[in-house]
Design a protein around this ligand. Structure first.
Ligand SMILES: Cc1ncc(COP(=O)(O)O)c(C=O)c1O
Length: 339
């Protein structure tokens, strides 16, 4: 195996040794198969290709100071994948089949889990796709579930340094009663134009507003939104955002730090009252926001001191990472140790 420079990893794809697969045929899920091929063979009329019948997940494994590998909250991703499958009429994989597959693929690729000191992790990417040939728009009868893994560094190059985000009112990512709460590829395809435009203007990502009224904060392209005011952790309640496992965890940590958690609609104007704001997710962890520019109205909302993550973001980030890497006891039973 080629030497990997763990500390300079970005959030990209690097081949690993094995992936795992389970096929759904004749109304049932088959055996777990191990593959060393990075390719899949599929019909040219597969429903995933034409009608977007696909869902994916993202979770991570971390190597602790003690050398042990810990996987963070994999049952939550299993449940969310089931919910996404229900959302676009695909066969649902039982939770225990999902977790068995995650454990297997991590075990098989153990030496790709970055060392503790690097601050990097192993990204785990489950995927479930419609495989049977269909020309009319209707759900597939056959599915493929697979998981590959790849070592990753920070999602945003700047890591934990606050960066600017943009509201771009000319673009919506999802519809009010659409698929925003499911992790399906179409949502991400719909975010590419606005995302690239934001990048070209120097922003880390887009902060989307609710598509119906353009009045409330929904979420960022690849992550949920949260803000801090006084002793409150405030995060949007919306049917068109992805229920983030990281956000759910941060809400628990915030409560245990004695904070009030408010999960409710957040009007854009309220941004001016927040002391800190951030994007949170498996990939983003916590990415503090320096400011949000409402590019079409020329309004700008600035959070905290320039160049510095706010104190609550720092506290929550450290607490979450400490649990993930095993530096603090796992009192919430969020972590599965890979034997
Ligand atoms: C649109 C979107 N929102 C939020 C998140 C964060 O979710 P999680 O914390 O479960 O990774 C992600 C990443 O998975 C995402 O793609």
């Amino acid at each position: 195996m080629k030497e990997i420079d763990w500390s300079s990893l970005s959030f990209g794809y690097m081949p690993t040794d094995y992936n795992v697969r389970i096929n759904y045929r004749d109304g049932k899920w088959g055996e777990l198969e191990v593959s060393d091929s990075e390719q899949i063979n599929m019909h040219i009329a597969a429903t995933c290709l034409h009608y977007g019948q696909e869902t994916f997940e993202g979770l991570k494994a971390f190597r602790g100071r003690d050398g042990k590998i810990r996987i963070f909250r994999m049952e939550e991703n299993a449940k969310r994948m089931q919910s996404s499958c229900a959302g676009i009429l695909m066969a649902q994989l039982p939770i225990e089949r999902f977790t068995e597959a995650v454990l297997k693929v991590v075990q098989l690729n153990k030496h790709f889990v970055p060392p503790y000191e690097s601050g990097a992790s192993l990204y785990i990417r489950p995927l479930l796709i419609g495989m049977s040939a269909q020309v009319g728009v209707s759900p597939s009868k056959e599915y493929l579930f697979l998981i590959f893994v790849t070592p990753v560094g920070p999602y945003f190059k700047t890591g934990f340094k606050p960066t600017p985000y943009a509201i771009m009112r000319q673009y919506d990512r999802v519809a009010p009663l659409g698929t925003g709460r499911f992790k399906v590829g179409g949502n991400y395809a719909a975010s590419l134009v606005a995302g690239e435009k934001a990048h070209s203007l120097g922003y880390s990502a887009v902060v989307y507003l609710d598509a119906k009224e353009k009045k409330y904060i929904d979420e960022s392209g690849p992550a949920n939104f949260f803000a801090i005011r006084g002793n409150s952790y405030i995060t949007p309640k919306s049917d068109s955002i992805l229920p983030s496992v990281t956000n759910k965890s941060l809400m628990t940590l915030a409560k245990d730090l004695g904070m009030t958690v408010e999960c409710r609609s957040i009007e854009v104007d309220e941004l001016s009252t927040f002391e800190e704001a951030g994007a949170c997710g498996t990939a983003a962890v916590i990415s503090p926001m320096e400011r949000i520019d409402d590019v079409d109205t020329d309004k700008s909302y600035v959070f905290g001191k320039k160049g510095e993550a706010g104190p609550v973001c720092v506290k929550l980030y450290n607490k979450l990472r400490a649990i993930q890497y095993g530096d603090e006891p796992d009192i919430y039973h969020w972590v599965t140790i890979v034997e």
